[in-house]
Ligand binder design. Structure first.
Ligand SMILES: *[C@@H]1O[C@H](CO)[C@@H](O)[C@H](O)[C@H]1NC(C)=O
Ligand SMILES: *[C@@H]1O[C@H](CO)[C@@H](O)[C@H](O)[C@H]1NC(C)=O
Length: 355
């Protein structure tokens, strides 16, 4: 699941790159989690879902249902494909237990593969990555048509897979020829969602009068955005701290940039602007550094009239910050690495599609 979160951050602030990603997770002894879960993401949106509990592949975006009109067998075909992968996943978990000499406890194998397509340069990239218990163990170098073991324990697997030239060519075809076609189709179905632009709501937040002023933008889409502070129209690089790009639950994004005010004279405030730029949108959004619009929860001497207003501001600020930390997409938890060198060619089956 860490992998899934990581993926969502993959094309942050890059050019017009679209992606189709398959992620599947085979696991054992993970409480309240199915033994096998497969999900597909298009531009970071989950578009379909299969699990060993439901035994069926369903669209998870309304627009993805439109595929049925062009390809009536699509969902049935996906279901039988994932059912096959589920069987292989179960076998792999058992093999993993045996090879790692550890029958007890949690085993999780995750496979990520897919493609990226740059709609400006029309460049296509295929990728593949396998992890065991949260650690990446094998990565596909599509251009060189070979697998690279990230963990030395997997060198033997690397050699074995790299000697299977016909499988490598098959993978390349699937990831760099078939995948981009599916990706472009999905983008067409989801055009109104995926290729829209949404402008953010801007706010200036400050904890205390001595704290940096945080310029916060939320609700924008896509994630190809730039944000900075300027003085007299010139971008500032000093006394500025850029926050992470965060993912909102509704599929939009948020971001912030802090300005340390300790060296800014009060008379000069009007010279400062927070600038937000969204790709494909010509006009920048400027937010003037204005004490009147800064929201804060800091109160010198609370009085009966200001308290209710201030409290609601506190709640607003706190809920924004909680949301921000709750869905940070950059974290990747590390787990223990496997201790053996498995000859697990069966893992390769997990990347093989239906024929
Ligand atoms: C597997 O683990 C057991 C118990 O820890 C140990 O006695 C045995 O030697 C191990 N086998 C291998 C092949 O490492
Ligand atoms: C702001 O800048 C001042 C002066 O450079 C520095 O002492 C202070 O620690 C900075 N504050 C923050 C929150 O970074």
């Amino acid at each position: 699941m860490q992998l899934i979160l990581l993926l969502l951050s993959c094309h942050v602030a890059s050019a017009a790159i679209h992606s189709l990603k398959h992620v599947y997770t085979a696991s054992s002894e993970v409480p309240n989690f199915p033994e096998f879960v497969a999900v597909v993401f298009v531009d970071g949106f989950q578009t379909e879902h299969y699990s060993s509990i439901t035994k069926t592949t369903v669209p998870t975006q309304a627009w993805m249902s439109r595929v049925t009109a062009d390809d009536p067998e699509y969902w049935k075909r996906q279901t039988s494909y994932w059912e096959g992968q589920e069987q292989i996943g179960r076998v792999n978990i058992e093999i993993g237990k045996e090879r790692f000499n550890r029958t007890e406890g949690i085993h999780v194998i995750q496979v990520l593969n897919g493609c990226e397509w740059d709609d400006e340069t029309v460049e296509v990239n295929g990728f593949g990555l396998i992890s065991h218990n949260g650690e990446d163990v094998l990565i596909l170098d599509m251009k060189a048509q070979r697998w690279i073991a990230i963990k030395p324990q997997f060198l033997r697997t690397q050699h074995k897979w790299n000697n299977d030239k016909s499988w490598l060519e098959f993978m390349e075809h699937r990831l760099t020829q078939e995948c981009p076609v599916r990706l472009k189709n999905s983008l067409m179905y989801g055009k109104s969602t995926l290729q829209r632009t949404e402008l953010p709501r801007m706010s200036l937040l400050q904890k205390t009068p001595w704290s940096p002023v945080s310029c916060h933008a939320t609700g924008f889409y896509p994630d190809r955005a730039l944000m900075f502070w300027s003085r007299d129209g010139e971008e500032l690089h000093e006394h500025v701290v850029h926050g992470e790009l965060l993912y909102n639950h509704d599929g939009t994004f948020q971001m912030s940039v802090d300005l340390n005010l300790s060296l800014v004279k009060r008379d000069d405030w009007w010279r400062y602007d927070c600038v937000f730029q969204l790709s494909a949108v010509e006009d920048n959004i400027l937010t003037k550094l204005d004490p009147a619009v800064i929201r804060t929860n800091w109160v010198e001497k609370p009085s009966a009239t200001t308290l209710p207003i201030t409290l609601s501001a506190v709640v607003a600020v706190v809920s924004i910050l909680t949301l921000a930390t709750g869905v940070t997409v950059y974290k990747k938890k590390k787990a223990k690495s496997p201790s053996d060198s498995p000859d697990n060619v069966e893992l390769s089956e997990k990347l093989k599609p239906e024929t």
